[in-house]
Write a protein that binds this ligand. Structure first.
Ligand code: 6GU
Length: 266
């Protein structure tokens, strides 16, 4: 996978050489290039932003500089639509980035990320590239405000690249974790040895050696934890995909399990 990142703080991405992502780079699984947007300016001040049309606080990133940069990285106008990169802009006012997006993007050959700074970027930039057939995505990583897209891009990159075949030592750990697959639950608690530590014991069933019982215990723990912390995820479950034992647990937790999705009744 080839990854280009455009930012006014390209050094921010030097940290990608550390960690697992650095390992994936040295293994040749991914290549990452962080570019400085200011390299595409022509004025002495290398300015990339201007005041908002219509008034208001802050500065907005100018379309012309971005377009010179993105035309080059996307190979426009020559490249045909088939192997164009996917263009991604972090944006706090966009749909939330989910595990499903990470999975889908992990199958792409080439991703280009454009980091906005200040109060954002001119809305005509994504429009322009969409009109030229580019797959343009805008994502928020959560309901809070960051100063710029750099942190959001590193979050998305980590979520995407760890799904690449050969990235993780043990691919099973991806299959088992929260948010994977259509029926997302929070993960059950994990424990390691010793079985008793400072007066706190691990749940006895985990020491029983009875794998069916352990699986059921963990599944019920996941259902209870999700009910408590993220009931919105329970309400999105597909009732038809739930086992008899899952239904029983959810009913005990106060859900009606019929129709397409569970509904809280008490
Ligand atoms: Cl993608 N960008 C910024 N600047 N702030 C955010 C965000 C993105 N997602 C949540 N907050």
């Amino acid at each position: 996978m080839d990854i280009d990142i455009v930012s006014v703080f390209p050094e921010y991405f030097d940290v990608l050489d550390l960690s697992l992502l650095g390992k994936a780079k040295s293994k040749g699984l991914i290549s990452v290039h962080a570019h400085n947007l200011r390299d595409w300016t022509h004025d002495v001040h290398q300015s990339v932003d201007d005041t908002p049309v219509g008034g208001g606080a802050g500065m907005v990133m100018k379309p012309a500089v971005w377009a010179e940069c993105l035309d080059e990285l996307l190979g426009l106008p020559e490249a045909d639509n088939t192997d164009r990169p996917i263009l991604i802009f972090p944006n706090p006012s966009a749909p939330l980035f989910t595990q499903q997006d990470a999975t889908e993007l992990s199958h792409a050959q080439h991703l280009v990320f454009g980091c906005g700074r200040y109060e954002g970027y001119d809305a005509r930039i994504p429009t322009y590239y969409r009109e030229r057939g580019v797959d343009v995505r805008e994502y928020s990583i959560g309901d809070y405000v960051l100063n710029g897209g750099e942190v959001a891009v590193s979050v998305m990159l980590e979520a995407i690249t760890r799904l690449l075949p050969g990235f993780m030592g043990n691919p099973d750990s991806i299959v088992e974790e929260s948010y994977t697959g259509g029926n997302a639950l929070l993960e059950h608690n994990q424990y390691t040895k010793p079985a008793s530590w400072r007066g706190l014991d691990v749940p006895a069933v985990l020491l029983s050696g009875d794998h069916a019982k352990v699986d059921r215990f963990r599944r019920d723990e996941a259902l209870k934890k999700t009910d408590r912390i993220r009931p919105d995820l329970i309400a999105q479950l597909d009732c038809h995909a739930l086992s008899k034992a899952d239904r029983k647990t959810l009913i005990e937790l106060g859900w009606e399990v019929s129709g397409d999705h569970p509904r809280r009744i008490s």
